[in-house]
Unconditional design. Structure first.
Length: 186
């Protein structure tokens, strides 16, 4: 279930707010400039290729390309048996920013986006059918958990793909990780 937990930097362990109401989550994120949408489900087999996934969501992807100027789209997929899952998880766990919007659509599975706004951190558990657009320059990080299971469509204006500029802040190490939020039902 899509869930938003909001933490204060002063008390980074206990969430001040937790909600699973999609409209509340969407509105809270919109107030910070983050777009959250839900796309209609496509009935795809788990073995669907990147090409098949992109073809199934072609109308939505094309709409975003035309309205936001994205140059390309790709598919990233990770499963618990991936031999480099720990290294890949570690790559995204430190706070960073991008010079372009970070747009992800969850075809299946789930993951946590952490968004840092001033003295607050928003931990957003995205699920299948969620599309998130994190504005360029927004400090954030992503946690796929120790046993990742997700497939996402990624859209880029930068032809190089994912390029991060790490902030050097330690906030990501002080906010509960995926395991703690999942265990607490948040």
């Amino acid at each position: 279930m899509t869930t938003l937990s909001i933490f204060s930097q002063e008390d980074p362990v206990n969430a001040m707010t937790v909600t699973t109401e999609f409209s509340e989550i969407r509105d809270a994120l919109a107030a910070e400039g983050v777009q959250l949408e839900r796309w209609e489900t496509r009935n795809l087999p788990e073995t669907a290729s990147a090409e098949e996934i992109l073809a199934a969501y072609q109308p939505e992807v094309q709409r975003l390309k035309e309205s936001w100027g994205f140059q390309n789209a790709d598919v990233i997929s990770l499963n618990p048996d991936h031999p480099k899952k720990e290294a890949l998880r570690g790559k995204f766990l430190d706070e960073h920013v991008h010079s372009e919007d970070e747009v992800r659509f969850f075809v299946r599975g789930h993951g946590l986006f952490y968004l840092h706004f001033g003295e607050k951190v928003y931990a957003l558990r995205c699920e299948q059918n969620d599309l998130i657009s994190v504005p360029d320059g927004t400090p954030h990080w992503f946690d796929m958990g120790p046993e990742p299971k997700f497939t996402c469509i990624r859209l880029f204006t930068n032809k190089e793909g994912w390029v991060a500029n790490f902030t050097g802040e330690d906030i990501a190490s002080r906010i509960p990780r995926y395991e703690a939020l999942a265990a607490a039902g948040k």
